[in-house]
Design a protein around this ligand. Structure first.
Ligand SMILES: [Zn+2]
Ligand SMILES: [Zn+2]
Length: 393
């Protein structure tokens, strides 16, 4: 067993303890005060330079190696979700209606223990490691973009960035990774249509927003079908139509809510523009008006191909070739994308599912929990990525 593996094994209880503590005390986006304080104190005890209060509750630890060199960034997100935990576990959430249902408790714990181990290797490190503990991944606009605005990529300047996300859709210890696009851009929009209410028996005295909404839903489908390059994946879904109260009244208003998923921000921009134009023009054609609001989500994550190969090589040593798989593109959004727009790097899934133990509930489920055997694997991935990335530069 090599030295790093031994150190990781010796800290297995510590990473579990930290994770359970975070799990029991989950905090919502930009309110991760208790979590941030624990992170700050832990990093200080490891002898790192620590900056707190970045993007409200974000914390950054800097480990400067003995020799000068490049700087890499390792990222963990800290926020929980507004979900009431339903599992009966001893470390169940004590904060009513708040739960770590995505694994960010584990992300934080794993990166802390990795920082501790790496601090023991300071003498052999050429370059710097930035440990970034980010607030608010779940709630758009997330913490990543704010941390970047507040200078997290500078002083010292970051050259590469790496992050991982536990995945209950993959068996424990599987590393699911792919070069190129990794997650989608997930946007939302609403169209508010104004007509003129009246009696259902006298439509000629009204302007019917239900009819306008119906035409609008159909017309919007032409955007993906007729205006987006067929080689560019895109989805436009109207998931909600609301209007009216009863059978014989023409209402005043109608509202459509929908989502757009794309793998390229440029395509999302085209679609957003056309949703606006078509909705307005359709409403006008039927004597009504439409107001559109379009909210861009996180941009897609794009993994650098040579960094993907590098992380695959690291993973091969830790989990073995048989546990490395090609990840499917996720249609969900993740704000790690902002770091990876600035510098080359990788984001990957680390499987945390164990069907035999009943730990296979999906992310964001009120019964979500992970196989804690994944925790030392995640720690080792962080440590080895950092050591190997800096030793090759
Ligand atoms: Zn999530
Ligand atoms: Zn997440």
């Amino acid at each position: 067993m090599d030295a790093v593996r031994k150190e990781v094994e010796s800290l297995k209880d510590e990473v579990i303890k930290l994770r359970r503590d975070f799990h029991m005390h989950p905090e919502l986006a930009f309110k991760e005060k208790r979590t941030a304080k624990i992170v700050e104190n832990y990093l200080k005890e490891c002898g790192l330079e620590v900056k707190s209060g970045i993007a409200k509750t974000g914390v950054v630890g800097i480990l400067r190696g003995k020799e000068k060199g490049k700087t890499i960034l390792l990222r963990a997100d800290m926020d929980a979700l507004p979900i009431e935990e339903m599992s009966k576990i001893p470390y169940k959430s004590v904060n009513k209606g708040v739960m770590h249902a995505c694994g960010h408790d584990a992300h934080t714990a794993m990166l802390l223990v990795a920082a501790k181990i790496l601090s023991h290797h300071k003498e052999e490190i050429k370059g710097n490691i930035k440990f970034v503990f980010q607030p608010s991944e779940e709630k758009d606009p997330g913490g990543a973009v704010k941390m970047i605005e507040e200078g997290v990529m500078e002083k010292p300047h970051v050259d590469r960035a790496y992050g991982l996300h536990l995945g209950n859709m993959f068996p424990c210890g599987v590393v699911a990774i792919k070069p190129g696009i990794f997650t989608a851009q997930a946007d939302r929009f609403s169209v508010r249509i104004t007509g003129k209410g009246g009696h259902g028996a006298y439509p000629h005295t009204s302007v019917d927003p239900v009819l306008i909404a119906s035409h609008t839903v159909i017309a919007l489908q032409a955007i993906v079908a007729r205006e987006v390059d067929p080689l560019q994946p895109a989805v436009l879904t109207v998931g909600k139509i609301s209007s009216g109260d009863t059978f014989n009244v023409i209402p005043e208003y109608a509202e459509l809510l929908g989502t757009v998923r794309t793998l390229d921000t440029k395509v999302a921009r085209i679609i957003s523009k056309r949703i606006g134009q078509i909705s307005k023009d359709v409403a006008k054609a039927f004597r009504g008006t439409a107001e559109i609001s379009y909210r861009f989500g996180y941009p897609p994550i794009v993994n650098d191909s040579s960094e993907t190969e590098f992380v695959q090589a690291v993973a091969k040593d830790i989990v073995g070739t048989e546990k490395i798989m090609e990840a499917p593109i996720s249609m969900g959004g993740e704000d790690m994308s902002y770091f990876l727009k600035k510098v080359p790097g990788v984001f990957f899934w680390l499987g945390s599912q164990n069907k035999k133990k009943g730990l296979d509930k999906p992310h964001h489920s009120a019964y979500f929990n992970i196989d804690e055997d994944v925790l030392p694997i995640g720690v080792e991935m962080h440590v080895r990525i950092a050591l190997d990335a800096l030793s090759r530069t």
